[in-house]
Design a protein around this ligand. Structure first.
Ligand code: BGC
Ligand code: BGC
Length: 829
């Protein structure tokens, strides 16, 4: 027990009775909030800025810079918790007692999450009257989001400014309403991307490309600390949907398309975010999301219905969530819309049978944004909010409604309980999980932000960690005639808008939800981050020769004459292509192809100059490249490396870093391949532009001698596969070694093209030879059949190492199993 629960409980009872006495009393003044009141906390309440009596807004809505400055410490110490998994478990006795003492209104309030725009004034200050309304009258127990996305005056809130808001809300929460600290949730999905100066990591897709889960851990750990510095305790991360339909605007957020790779990344990310979160106050609660099947919208449009047979859902989409649950994720978020036309938020099968019973998730479950309230209006899956709320509460185990903007959930739920339509015990179950989470996060004893943490935001140590992730993620897709790396002695002309922009490198989930707008440009970063051109200057010591060449959206004409005259003296030309941020709905596309004008820039320059052309891709999803892969001499995919991507990209171009990223997704060659994956049925051709797992290095690594420890594979007897790899090239190389299986046949069920079963990443010095050992079990080859039984069909299985880079050395193992032996069985709803 981390605090004196009996003492707390007594105070809680006192608080409840004061609360009752106080109801109907006038709102107390902000000064009173900051007076030291006896509560259970060991922290002193902060001073609360007085609410401005300025209801008339003179502010025109243009966001301004948060001018807070600080000098981040260069480095700091932290604990890397390596003990057993810490995750949500049973509800403590004192929490049960607390729940028993609460009114229905208080319980419903705890289950409600309101977005920060509801409590921020148009002048950017906290509206304490609004806070009192939500906390005292509506008794809400949770807030979310950054004011920068919702009418806040500043475009990016420093940890200090953010903490002033969260602390002030906390001070009010401890003295009004239910007198329970609020839990604040924030989308810190790639570092604390919403905190000014918080170190921004590459997007999930790039983190996955490292094939090194340590990077997901580092990103999570640093995100947690910077988030906590703002007085926020809960990150809506990691995101582990499988990026199946590549048209989808949210492809970049996830760890690629593969269940195994995503599982390891998700697990590591949860370790980083949470660590020993019940003790370590620099960690946050993680949130596995979005449960479930979000990544295969049938037409690529966000939230669209997903047609995924349940046995395929269990086979491919569920494993990363299972890994995240087993890694102790404290919370989960359900996913927007429907799977097989069944609304997820109203589904007993998805949120009760599968999540709680089969996967044994014990943590707190939140809806996605306004999911219950929009069932009637958006999805037509309920008559009205009342029916949707009643159904969600009765059928599912939803604990908190991210209502976001209104009282509907509160009013309707109170009514439903009072009329007996929903039992109060149903609320108790959820409220207990919520309060337990608050207790685990230390909110009862330390509800306020720890000012010490703010000085570590933007630490050089963190920026180096982010850059290291980028260094290992960049994926070399083509390199003919050793055109890369560039030499310092060569004259290089750089073209393309993505090379001169921090925000294009970041994409979404930074500064704002879909990234900075065109109007904000790069200025919004206020010096946090760099561009590729700045990175090149740092590497070469000279300002690069640069022309934008074309606008990111593909408008404007190519000034061929200007490019030709600049190119005359160049030895090589590097062209940056890619995507704008997704602000203003730009993420919604109906074709994978990049704007043709961008592609045309490559064609025109290559044809007109006849010089070697290097293409750098900065994009959140694999955009269509038409003839570029044929025309360009070298192609480098940097995905969305984030604000600190400029230097690592330059280092890769100039050979200071040898690329070692591998594609965590299939890169389609045609529009028809938009939903191709490495695990599609093997009887369909898999001929993408570049295969999952593809990626070159500058060195020449050779593979030989695949040896299996046994020629047969049976349940309970894992085997190993070893392979000899030698670095015969001139550079040290980090090498990812990927083991895939392909079952030669499978009675009644088409086997997959390849399934990734194990991987590792090793350092090879020049000339060095290593033997790499990878693992395989018969259980890996088990599959879910249409009766929702997990079982094995015997057959010979090809064990293949790095098929797409090294033509794949194959060894065959005989998979022996009784097809009637059931390894796992899914409960029916
Ligand atoms: C979206 C959320 C987003 C929020 C931030 C909402 O409309 O649904 O996903 O986080 O806006 O602006
Ligand atoms: C997104 C979630 C996010 C939530 C809160 C939703 O629109 O789908 O990923 O956590 O908003 O911002």
């Amino acid at each position: 027990m981390r605090y004196n629960s009996l003492l707390y409980f007594t105070q809680y009872l006192l608080a409840i009775s004061f609360n009752t006495m106080e109801s109907g009393a006038l709102a107390i003044s902000p000064a009173e909030y900051s007076a030291t009141v006896s509560d259970s906390t060991t922290q002193k309440p902060p001073a609360v800025t007085a609410a401005t009596a300025d209801p008339v807004c003179t502010w025109d809505g243009t966001q301004v810079f948060d001018d807070t400055t600080w000098t981040p410490v260069a480095s700091y110490a932290y604990n890397n918790y390596t003990g057993p998994v810490v995750g949500p478990n049973l509800i403590d006795q004192d929490i049960m007692l607390m729940v028993n003492g609460m009114t229905v209104e208080e319980k419903v309030g705890q289950m409600t999450q309101i977005q920060v725009g509801q409590i921020i004034d148009c002048n950017g200050k906290l509206n304490t009257t609004a806070v009192e309304y939500w906390i005292d009258t509506m008794k809400v127990g949770s807030f979310l989001e950054t004011p920068a996305n919702h009418g806040g005056k500043y475009n990016w809130y420093s940890a200090k400014r953010f903490a002033e808001i969260t602390d002030a809300v906390q001070a009010i929460a401890l003295r009004r309403g239910s007198r329970i600290p609020v839990i604040w949730g924030l989308d810190s999905v790639r570092g604390a991307n919403y905190i000014k100066g918080g170190t921004i990591f590459p997007a999930g897709i790039a983190t996955a490309a490292t094939f090194n889960p340590q990077h997901a851990y580092d990103a999570g750990r640093i995100a947690a600390k910077d988030t906590r510095a703002a007085g926020v305790h809960w990150a809506f991360a990691p995101i582990m949907d499988l990026s199946v339909n590549k048209l989808w605007s949210r492809v970049y957020e996830n760890f690629g398309e593969d269940p195994f790779l995503s599982s390891l990344m998700a697990k590591s990310s949860i370790g980083g975010h949470q660590g020993d979160y019940k003790r370590d106050r620099s960690r946050v609660a993680a949130c596995l999301k979005h449960f479930i099947g979000y990544g295969y919208p049938f037409d690529g449009s966000d939230r669209a219905n997903r047609h995924i047979a349940t046995h395929e859902l269990l086979e491919y989409y569920v494993p990363p969530f299972k890994a995240a649950i087993d890694a102790g994720s404290a919370t989960a978020m359900e996913s927007y819309g429907a799977v097989n036309s069944e609304s997820v938020v109203l589904s007993k099968y998805y949120l009760q049978t599968l999540l709680r019973e089969q996967l044994k998730f014990k943590g707190m479950l939140v809806t996605d944004w306004a999911e219950i309230n929009t069932q009637a209006t958006m999805y037509h899956t309920a008559k009205d909010v009342k029916q949707a709320t009643q159904t969600a509460l009765q059928r599912t185990s939803i604990d908190m409604s991210m209502v976001a903007d209104d009282e509907s959930f509160i009013k309707v739920t109170v009514e439903l309980v009072k009329s007996g339509a929903v039992s109060e015990r149903r609320l108790d179950e959820s409220v207990a999980r919520i309060l337990q989470l608050k207790k685990d996060l230390g909110l009862f004893e330390s509800p306020y932000a720890d000012p010490q943490l703010a000085s570590t935001v933007g630490s050089a140590q963190d920026i180096e960690a982010a850059r290291n992730t980028v260094r290992e993620s960049i994926t070399l897709l083509k390199n003919t005639n050793g055109v890369l790396p560039l030499k310092l002695s060569e004259r290089v002309l750089f073209l393309g808008p993505t090379l001169n922009s921090t925000r294009y490198m970041s994409g979404g989930w930074n500064v704002h939800w879909q990234g900075p707008s065109d109007k904000e440009g790069d200025a919004v970063y206020q010096g946090f981050g760099d561009t590729v051109l700045q990175g090149i200057k740092a590497v070469t010591g000279a300002a690069p020769q640069y022309l934008p060449g074309i606008d990111i959206g593909g408008t404007g004409t190519i000034d061929v004459d200007a490019i030709m005259s600049a190119a005359q003296s160049a030895d090589k030309i590097v062209i940056g292509l890619g995507e704008n941020t997704y602000a203003e709905e730009q993420g919604n596309i109906d074709s994978l192809a990049l704007p043709w004008q961008q592609l045309n820039l490559v064609y025109t320059v290559a044809a007109a100059t006849k010089k070697p052309v290097v293409v750098v891709l900065i994009e959140g999803r694999p955009r269509g490249l038409a003839n570029v892969p044929k025309i360009a001499d070298a192609i480098v995919n940097a995905y969305l490396p984030g604000a600190y991507g400029g230097l690592p990209i330059a280092e890769v171009l100039y050979g200071k870093v040898n690329p070692s990223g591998r594609l965590p997704i299939t890169y389609p060659a045609t529009e028809a391949q938009a939903s191709s994956t490495i695990w599609q049925a093997s009887y369909s051709a898999y001929n993408p532009q570049w295969e999952f797992g593809y990626g070159l290095g500058y060195s020449n690594v050779t593979y030989s001698n695949v040896t299996l420890s046994s020629s047969s594979l049976t349940v309970g007897s894992p085997i190993t596969a070893s392979v000899t790899i030698t670095n015969k090239g001139p550079y040290p190389q980090k090498e990812s070694v990927l083991l895939f299986t392909r079952q030669q046949y499978r009675l009644g069920y088409a086997p997959e093209h390849y399934r990734l079963r194990d991987f590792t990443k090793v350092d090879l010095a020049v000339g060095e030879t290593k033997t790499v050992v990878l693992n395989l079990k018969a259980e890996d080859l088990a599959f879910w059949d249409r009766d929702l039984l997990r079982r094995i069909e015997p057959a010979p299985v090809n064990v293949v190492i790095n098929p797409h880079v090294h033509k794949g050395l194959v060894a065959v193992v005989q998979l022996d199993a009784d097809p009637d032996h059931v390894l796992e069985r899914a409960p029916w709803s």
